[in-house]
Design a protein around this ligand. Structure first.
Ligand code: MN
Length: 129
């Protein structure tokens, strides 16, 4: 079994490349979307094992996209982690209120990223058994 297929929704190319590199190096498959609107469409079409999502994005921000993904029966069980440079507790609270299951802070702590992604996928697989 693959370690998991992860959808990264991120408008910043450098951030995307970094997270992709770290995940692929650890054996995950990565697919991508560059804004919230495309992210929602890709999530529904591809049914990834986990979604990592930036919050500040053009077209549709991450908070709105999180609400849509969690309102959709086909995608609501997919673990969704906000990828956020927002250091204010209020922004993280908003992400959780929008339906995110947790968040990963930028700058990325590599060990925390891999550990959190792995355990979130593990938990979701156990629940769907
Ligand atoms: Mn952004």
């Amino acid at each position: 079994m693959s370690k998991g297929r992860i959808l990264i929704i991120e408008d910043n190319e450098d951030n995307f490349q970094l997270v992709r590199f770290l995940l692929e190096r650890d054996g995950f498959e990565v697919i991508s979307a560059v804004n919230g609107r495309e992210g929602v469409e890709t999530a529904i079409r591809e049914k990834p094992d986990l979604i990592l999502m930036d919050l500040s994005m053009p077209e549709m921000d991450g908070w709105t996209a999180a609400q849509k993904i969690k309102a959709e029966p086909e995608t609501k069980a997919i673990p969704l982690l906000a990828l956020t440079a927002h250091t204010l507790p209020g922004d993280r609270m908003r992400a959780l209120e929008a339906g995110c299951d947790g968040y990963i802070s930028k700058p990325i702590n590599v060990e925390y990223l891999i550990k959190t992604v792995s355990s979130s996928i593990g938990k979701a697989r156990k629940q769907s058994d």
